[in-house]
Design a binder for this molecule. Structure first.
Ligand code: GDP
Ligand code: IMO
Ligand code: MG
Length: 431
């Protein structure tokens, strides 16, 4: 049975939540494998419009097991709020499992993230300020607390005492912050543990029991390939592994088990926060058309409400993302957003002086200076949001999508023409 990773192919917000929500009913388990509540996945279906940050987008089908796996960093307060808000809307979370190995975002991580960003001044990364980077840093430094620790009173106190003393010293001496009280933090996180006790468990067993039964499984990515700590536009990246390797690592599923890697790409590109963006379109009518301000799917960050930067499809970055992650299936989302363009540009190469670059260079300085080489395609000037068959799309739209897949180097799976669950054109089976 297929085990399929659905990853972002760009800088996040490609519409992963929408695609996972659509595909979920064909699976029996959805696993979120990385990132934290820096993610914002918008799901629009018959049950309403939902902005998910930690809970997998398979939660709307009561027959599906949803897992928040080891590689995720969890802010327990945010998770509890998300559970409560879903339950209040009649969405059951009784089949949600949270890994006891997942690291916990602590208040000092959030403080550190925000203070570090302030201190960076013009060199800021533009993080979501949710404590993601510091939480992953502590995990790697081996001083993190894990979800399982919240369930054991003595262990929690012991771990918290050890780490808080140093955190307080650093935060106080560098940033002049008032120390966090061990007593208050202990009671608060113990209470979180009590509230999450029915969810936190050894999900290795849950996942591998399902694999033994050979059920279809979806691995839901957060962020995108170009925000990857190793392969992204460092240092303007997140601190996790959003790609296919991260899916295996974060879920504890060996790479030999993956049947397919679906790369979700917008039909153009957006980015939130700082960092190089060779095909960015600055203030212009084209940028306004891509942003779709006023529409429910406007390019405004789901998590932070920041205006997303917008630009043309960058096939240099997309192909690189496909190679790094073994993307074999392409999903193109938001094709409908291009419905009114006369001409559409695709970046097919980067020029640096007289040299044509095949791959994105590692340095930010260089990436900021490359000149995109564009190919232009005619627009279709026809609404596509009601189309449900690929061959019913205007010919220009078919050619545009086919060209993107050719440049990415993978077959087409799905085209999305709107945020609703049924606004999907299934081209090839993906699960
Ligand atoms: P994610 O983080 O990858 O799950 O993406 P986000 O939810 O942050 O951002 C994608 C936005 O586009 C959301 O508002 C979705 O409802 C919306 N969306 C997804 N697919 C489509 C589509 O094909 N057309 C339009 N118009 N909106 C879409
Ligand atoms: P989803 O899952 C878009 C960006 C932030 C910032 C950088 C580092 O919704 O696609 P962090 O807080 O992670 O340390 O910030 O990464 N970023 C995202 N951009 N979508 C996301 O998630 C993102 N998660 C992080 O804007 O530039
Ligand atoms: Mg998002």
């Amino acid at each position: 049975m297929p085990i399929v990773a659905v990853i972002g192919g760009q800088w996040g917000d490609e519409g992963k939540g929408h695609i996972v929500d659509y595909l979920a009913s064909r699976s029996q388990m959805v696993i979120r494998y990385g990132g934290g509540n820096n993610a914002g996945h918008t799901v629009t279906n018959e049950q309403g419009v939902f902005k998910l940050h930690l809970i997998p987008s398979g939660i709307f089908d009561p027959t599906i097991i949803n897992v928040i796996a080891h590689g995720v960093v969890i802010d327990p307060g945010v998770l509890i709020e998300e559970i409560q808000s879903l339950e209040a809307k009649g969405i059951s979370t009784s089949r949600l499992f949270v890994s006891d190995r997942a690291h916990v975002i602590m208040p000092y991580h959030v403080m550190q993230d925000q203070l570090q960003e302030q201190a960076r001044g013009d060199g800021k990364i533009g993080t979501t300020g949710r404590g993601i980077g510091p939480a992953y840093a502590d995990k790697v430094e081996r001083v993190g607390l894990r979800a399982g620790d919240l369930l054991h009173e003595e262990l929690l106190l012991e771990r918290l005492r050890a780490v808080l003393e140093e955190k307080n010293r650093v935060l106080n001496r560098i940033y002049g912050v008032k120390p966090i009280s061990l007593h208050d933090a202990y009671l608060r996180f113990l209470n979180y543990g009590h509230q999450l006790t029915n969810y936190v468990t050894d999900v290795h067993a849950v996942i591998h029991r399902a694999l033994e039964k050979d059920v279809p499984v979806l691995l839901e990515g957060a962020q995108g390939a170009l925000l990857d700590i190793d392969h992204g536009t460092y240092p303007y990246v997140t601190s996790s592994l959003p790609g296919a390797a991260g899916a295996c690592q974060g879920a504890g599923i060996g790479p030999t088990r993956l049947s397919s890697v679906i790369g979700v790409f917008k039909a153009y590109v957006t980015r939130v926060g700082e960092g190089p963006f060779p095909t960015e379109i600055h203030d212009s009518p084209d940028a306004d058309m891509l942003r779709q301000i006023g529409k429910p799917w406007a390019e405004v960050g789901t998590t932070t409400g920041r205006l997303r930067r917008v630009g043309w499809f960058d096939a240099v970055m997309a192909r690189y993302a496909a190679e790094v992650n073994g993307i074999d299936t392409v999903v193109i989302t938001k094709l409908d957003v291009l419905d009114e363009f006369q001409r559409i540009k695709i970046c097919v190469g980067y020029k640096r002086h007289d040299e044509l670059l095949e791959y994105p260079p590692m340095s930010t300085a260089l990436l900021n200076k490359v000149e995109p080489v564009y190919e232009e395609m005619p627009g279709w000037n026809t609404p596509t949001s009601e189309v449900r068959e690929f061959h019913h799309l205007p010919e220009e739209a078919q050619s545009y999508v086919a060209r993107l897949c050719q440049l990415v180097g993978a077959r087409l799976g799905i085209v999305s023409v709107g945020p609703e669950r049924d606004q999907i054109i299934m081209v090839n089976d993906v699960l």
